[in-house]
Design a binder for this molecule. Structure first.
Ligand SMILES: Nc1ncnc2c1ncn2[C@@H]1O[C@H](COP(=O)(O)OP(=O)(O)OP(=O)(O)O)[C@@H](O)[C@H]1O
Ligand SMILES: [Mg+2]
Length: 647
């Protein structure tokens, strides 16, 4: 055996090559020292063996693989289950997530809607506020620290333009504009510099041209801050308070005027009350003196007669002065009987001119300026003359160094506006104006406020009673007129009397002249007077004059007499009587009993039935108290001699 030619290692090497895929032919070629035959004889069986072994191994491997596969399948199934479970879980989660997302989405939509609405509301509110600010009566301006306008509303721009002639705009600088030297600009600048300096304040300022278009503004300045609280400017709210201030002023004036007129009213009542009693007393005194005087004549002692007569005269003069004072007091208290008639003021003044010139003296020049076509005034002539005289005397006293007194007349109209400023009730309408102006010392405000008060005088004791202007005031008021004084210290004084225009419907006076020249008579006169002394005085005078006299202390007693006696020609009665029947009613009753009866009233003042609103009824005959012997004699005669008029 030639076995020795192949080593075992050679064979393993060849097998490995074959196994690695080298074909048999290539093997043979690669091993030339090995014969093909040897190779095929030796190697083929081995190779076959090896092949079968490989097949067995492969079959075994397949079997093993099947087992593994089976195992793997079950594992896979389990995994698949797991996967499915997870998948389903994830699906649920996904669904939940989707639901949540939908819910959130809805909430978001709602929120957005809500927000939009809020924004809309907020914007609307802002628009509204902006509109209100823009159209507000208030002047609104916002300015930064450099005096530049940050905002300005229309009212403010309009007003600024009106005052400064220049319309401000946002962004422009105020200091350029207010750099001028006018008072308004200085005021504006001062205020803004305070405000921009951080001061918050309210002030009232007058801007515009004084006397032309000046208005009063209430300005409230506030500090403007950013959101961090830093000061970045200032703003102002301004209201035009001109009307309010004027209304307040008017109210204050009205209150003052009311207070004044209430005071005058109270003083008037007091004065009137005193004057009324005084008149009664004076009538008795004057009457007594008259009787004394007549009695003195019969005294035989010449010396005594002279002395007594002088005393009597002095007493009479004093009584007359007292009577005048009382008359002025009554005039002031508006209780004197007035007898208004149509008056041509121009003529009245012309008639008075001589007397006025004498009163004024050489040093004072009198100028009269009468208006042509002057209306008739309606007033009591005597009292109007008194009033003008009082004014002239005051003017003279105010011009100790001389000067000029001007009396002017004119037709005027007091309008509603004017009369509304007067505390006393004065009707708007047509008035005749008499203005008395002097070039004298004038009055300060304190004096001016008190001139109408009775007994207010700045003249030395004995030189002024302080009743002159009281008479003027009372008379004009009682005549439904109006009196106004304009005066300034050193500038002279003007007193304006407004007398109501005579309305054609007023009755012209039908009085006969007071005296016919014949005093006394033999008619029967009934004297009704509650004041005993006064009654006996009147009775005495009338008896002395030759009349038959009956007397009664009150109305009912008088009526009783009238029913009992045969003849009564004249009823002479006081207006104010006790026992529930005044003179006017007594006269009415008496005339019913005796229609041919004449009636003469007497009164101290006029707040009663006979003098309605201070005016005599047409046809009513009145003898004002206090009356003198002569006055009573003349009046009684004139009434008896007059043709009969009805009451
Ligand atoms: N024309 C005037 N100019 C300056 N002051 C005047 C004028 N008229 C009146 N007065 C002032 O008003 C005061 C009151 O005047 P009124 O006529 O009531 O009284 P009287 O003149 O003082 O006294 P009487 O009139 O009794 O002489 C005066 O004392 C005076 O101070
Ligand atoms: Mg006077």
């Amino acid at each position: 055996m030639k076995r020795s030619r192949f080593s075992e290692e050679q064979i393993i090497g060849i097998l490995k090559e074959h196994e690695a895929g080298v074909s048999v032919a290539a093997l043979i070629g690669g091993h030339p020292h090995v014969s093909a035959r040897t190779l095929s004889e030796l190697l083929l069986p081995i190779l076959r063996l090896l092949q079968s072994e490989r097949q067995v191994t492969a079959a075994q491997g397949a079997a093993t693989a099947a087992t593994v596969a089976a195992k793997q399948t079950s594992t896979l199934a389990a995994s698949l289950d797991e996967a499915r479970r997870r998948l389903s879980e994830q699906a649920t989660q996904l669904q939940n997530a989707l639901n949540e997302a939908a819910r959130l989405n809805r909430a978001l939509t709602e929120l957005t809607h809500d927000l939009e609405q809020r924004v809309e509301t907020a914007l609307a509110e802002r628009r509204l506020l902006a509109e209100i600010v823009e159209n507000s009566d208030a002047l609104v301006m916002v300015v930064d620290l450099e005096y530049r306008w940050l905002a300005i509303n229309r009212t403010a721009a309009d007003e600024f333009e009106r005052i400064f002639g220049w319309r401000p705009e946002v962004g422009t600088n105020m200091s350029d504009l207010i750099a001028g030297r006018s008072e308004n600009k200085a005021a504006i600048k001062g205020l803004w510099s305070r405000a921009l300096g951080g001061e918050e304040f309210t002030t009232i300022e007058a801007l515009g041209n004084p006397g032309r278009d000046q208005r009063h503004y209430e300005m409230k300045f506030s500090v403007l801050r950013d959101k961090d609280g830093r000061r970045i400017g200032a703003y102002q709210f301004v209201y035009d308070v001109t009307d309010r201030l004027e209304a307040e002023k008017r109210l204050a004036e009205a209150q003052e005027a009311l207070r004044q007129s209430q005071k005058m009213e109270a003083v008037g009542q007091l004065a009137g009350g005193i004057a009324h009693d005084f008149n009664n007393l004076l009538t008795v005194i004057i009457g007594g003196l008259g009787q004394l005087e007549r009695g003195i004549a019969s005294i035989s002692d010449q010396n005594l007669t002279t002395r007594l007569r002088r005393s009597c005269e002095m007493a009479q003069q004093a009584s007359q002065r007292s009577a005048k004072l009382t008359a002025r007091l009554l005039a002031f208290s508006r209780r004197q009987p007035l007898d208004p008639k149509p008056i041509d003021a121009n003529r009245l003044i012309a008639d008075l001119a001589d007397m006025l010139a004498r009163t004024l003296g050489e040093e004072v020049r009198l100028e009269v300026i009468t208006a042509p076509g002057l209306w008739m005034a309606h007033a009591d002539v005597n009292e109007l003359e008194n009033a003008i005289l009082n004014l002239a005397v005051n003017a003279r006293d105010a011009m100790p160094e001389g000067g000029r007194l001007t009396i002017e007349t004119g037709n005027t109209f007091l309008d509603d506006d004017y009369v509304s400023t007067i505390a006393e009730p004065v009707a708007a309408g047509q008035y005749v104006l008499i203005a008395v102006t002097d070039t004298g010392v004038g009055m300060d405000a304190g004096t001016l406020a008190r001139v109408f008060e009775p007994f207010f005088t700045t003249k030395p004791v004995g030189q002024g009673t302080g009743l002159g202007l009281s008479q003027v005031y009372g008379f004009i008021r009682q005549s439904n007129g109006h009196v106004r004084i304009y005066s300034e210290l050193g500038q002279g004084t003007t007193v304006k009397l407004y007398l109501p225009r005579f309305a054609a419907s007023a009755q012209p006076d039908r009085h006969a002249p007071d005296s016919t020249g014949r005093l006394g008579g033999d008619e029967t006169i009934l004297v009704v007077e509650d004041h005993d002394d006064l009654r006996s005085y009147s009775v005495g005078v009338l008896q002395e004059l030759g009349y038959r006299v009956l007397e009664a202390p009150n109305g009912p007693a008088a009526l009783d007499l009238l029913t009992r006696v045969d003849r009564v020609d004249l009823l002479f009665t006081d207006v104010v009587l006790p026992a529930g029947m005044d003179g006017r009613r007594l006269a009415d009753e008496a005339l019913r009993l005796r229609p041919e009866l004449r009636v003469l009233f007497t009164t101290g003042y006029s707040r009663n039935a006979i003098v309605h609103n201070g005016r005599l009824d047409p046809g009513v005959q009145l003898l004002p108290k206090p009356f003198t012997f002569d006055a009573l004699a003349a009046k009684v005669r004139s009434v008896l001699d007059q043709p009969k008029t009805t009451l």
